[in-house]
Design a protein. Structure first.
Length: 153
């Protein structure tokens, strides 16, 4: 049973279901310098102004972020069509469960949402595919990918 639950803890968040999330215990306090900065993803044409940060190893889009009201991407290759369908379904689930509220053609994140990757968070925010490691940018101009690989040689 423990194995089954551990597998659910891995699979359900990928599907956008946060029913049995277990906080990761911290062995020791995280130093201030190691705390994730707030990253921004902006697109004026789409009206997107999203904020996110890494919290307990999860890339989390913060409440108050503005995202697209509906997913636009369609894709051309079979693999892209399947990926886009998955992103669209996740976006629709987040709207259905109230994590994203839609008013006047804009989506607003009503509570912080953990994602499995910055690219998935970016895709939900922009309504199209996204390279989250390059498109999420901190106030100092560093990309998420650069911040994530800091100190790695």
């Amino acid at each position: 049973m423990d194995y089954f639950v551990s597998q659910l803890e891995i699979v359900l968040p990928v599907l956008g279901v946060n029913a049995i999330r277990v906080p990761v215990p911290k062995a020791e306090p995280v130093p201030e310098a190691a705390e994730s900065p707030v990253f921004h993803l902006r697109n004026g044409k789409l009206g997107v102004d999203a904020m996110a940060r890494q919290i307990d190893g999860e890339f989390t889009m913060l409440a108050g972020s503005t995202v697209v009201a509906e997913w636009h991407g369609v894709g051309k290759a079979d693999s892209t069509v399947k990926a886009y369908a998955s992103y669209r379904a996740q976006h629709q689930r987040l709207i259905a469960d109230g994590a994203i509220g839609v008013e006047e053609g804009r989506g607003r994140v009503t509570r912080s949402i953990p994602f499995t990757s910055p690219s998935t968070a970016g895709a939900v925010a922009l309504g199209r595919s996204c390279n989250g490691r390059r498109e999420w940018i901190a106030d100092d101009g560093a990309t998420f990918g650069h911040w994530e690989s800091r100190g790695v040689e």
